[in-house]
Design a protein around this ligand. Structure first.
Ligand code: GDP
Ligand code: MG
Length: 356
């Protein structure tokens, strides 16, 4: 200790280090390859299975109701608009039933359904897209006519654009004396590069007052129009697939998750997987607080029966058997452990070989 190394000793150490590096490199390569082949994410398998199902059954795909998200700058009127639509267009309300907020609801407008979800946070777009499912089919970008395009307007627009989701602009608060629709449109052009239809562009733009209930019918009509043009489809039969937009641990109910069903049917008693957990549908509650036995495409439901609270934004897949569900979770867990194990082996191998 404290003693300087001789040239010989230093060289010896340098050689040892070089040898160590070689050993590590030798052991890493095949190991990485090996773990890669074992490293099959069961979620990717399901994702692929659905991709194939869609490709092979194009003729069986049918139209489903659009799922719409309202986005925009703070205070531009998202909540007011959601509330207005909910209060005026949700016809079915159970006598004495408690209408609860589950982060989503469905309206029936002129015989057609539209599902609305509360802004799921911008990151949800990117995350769900990576997992192979879109949270929303259409974005209503709300811009207050007395405030114009603001930073979060631009942010929301960018997320919708990156996710390739069609945008309808709702110019809100037109009842206010200082509302300036023309100036708002000018800003749409200058700051978002969105040209309103009545200015010769292709962005559907609807002036509304969420507070006074003005222009709401026009907005809903435009949503249905865009939905029709988008050809929003689903595979209606068989096992379900859905997106989880909210999840939590309820003190009384246990893990619950609000899910929008995208394909197939989810029934009470069905097994399912989601993220890194699984479950069996014990109970489903619709946005009116009513228990339902079956949920189909574009229906929002609260699901009870998860083993653990699933990740928000994960995809829920119905599976045939409990065995399949458990197998999925086992593989998911193994995937998480593998990373730790690999590091362990490498170090051990290297040390052993150093001793030889
Ligand atoms: P959010 O932050 O986007 O959810 O905005 P809110 O819905 O909470 O609305 C912010 C404020 O703007 C509230 O005080 C609303 O009452 C008001 N507001 C929303 N829409 C309108 C509208 O159409 N006209 C007027 N005058 N006020 C509105
Ligand atoms: Mg709000």
């Amino acid at each position: 200790p404290g003693q300087l190394l001789t040239e010989e000793q230093a060289e010896e150490i340098a050689m040892m280090f070089n040898a160590l590096i070689e050993i590590v490199e030798e052991t890493i390569d095949p190991k990485v390859k090996e773990t890669k082949s074992e490293k099959i994410d069961p979620e990717d398998v399901l994702k692929e299975r659905w991709k194939n199902l869609y490709e092979e059954n194009e003729d069986k795909l049918i139209e489903r109701a659009p799922v719409v998200t309202i986005m925009g700058h703070v205070d531009h009127g998202k909540t007011t608009l959601l509330d207005n639509i909910r209060n005026t267009k949700v016809a079915e309300k159970e006598a004495g039933g408690i209408t609860q907020s589950i982060g989503a609801y469905q309206v029936n407008y002129e015989g057609k359904k539209i599902t609305f979800i509360d802004t799921p946070g911008h990151e949800a777009f990117t995350e769900m897209r990576a997992r192979g499912a879109q949270a929303t089919d259409i974005v209503v970008l709300i811009i207050a006519a007395d405030d114009g395009v603001m930073p979060q307007t631009i942010e929301a627009y960018n997320h919708a654009k990156n996710a390739n989701v069609p945008i309808i602009v709702a110019i809100n608060k037109i009842d206010k004396p200082n509302a300036n629709i023309d100036l708002t449109k000018q800003q749409m052009v200058a700051k978002l590069n969105l040209i309103p239809e009545d200015w010769g562009g292709d962005t559907i733009t609807v002036p509304i007052s969420a507070k006074a209930g003005q222009g709401i019918d026009e907005l809903l009509e435009m949503i249905l129009l865009v939905a029709e043009m988008q050809e929003i489809r689903c595979y209606p039969e068989g096992l379900a697939r859905g997106v989880i937009i909210e999840s939590k641990l309820d003190k009384f109910l246990g893990p619950v998750a609000t899910t929008i069903i995208k394909d197939g049917k989810l029934k009470v008693g069905d097994y399912f997987v989601a993220g890194s957990t699984f479950g069996k549908v014990r109970r489903m509650i619709d946005p009116n607080g009513k228990n339902v036995k079956v949920a189909g495409p574009s229906d929002p439901v609260q699901i009870l029966g998860f083993e653990e609270v699933p990740d928000m934004h994960s995809i829920l897949y119905g599976v045939k058997t409990l065995h399949e569900a458990k197998d999925y979770v086992e593989k998911k867990k193994a995937l998480e452990e593998k990373v730790v194990q690999k590091r362990h082996i490498r170090l051990e191998d290297a040390l052993k070989m150093m001793q030889e």
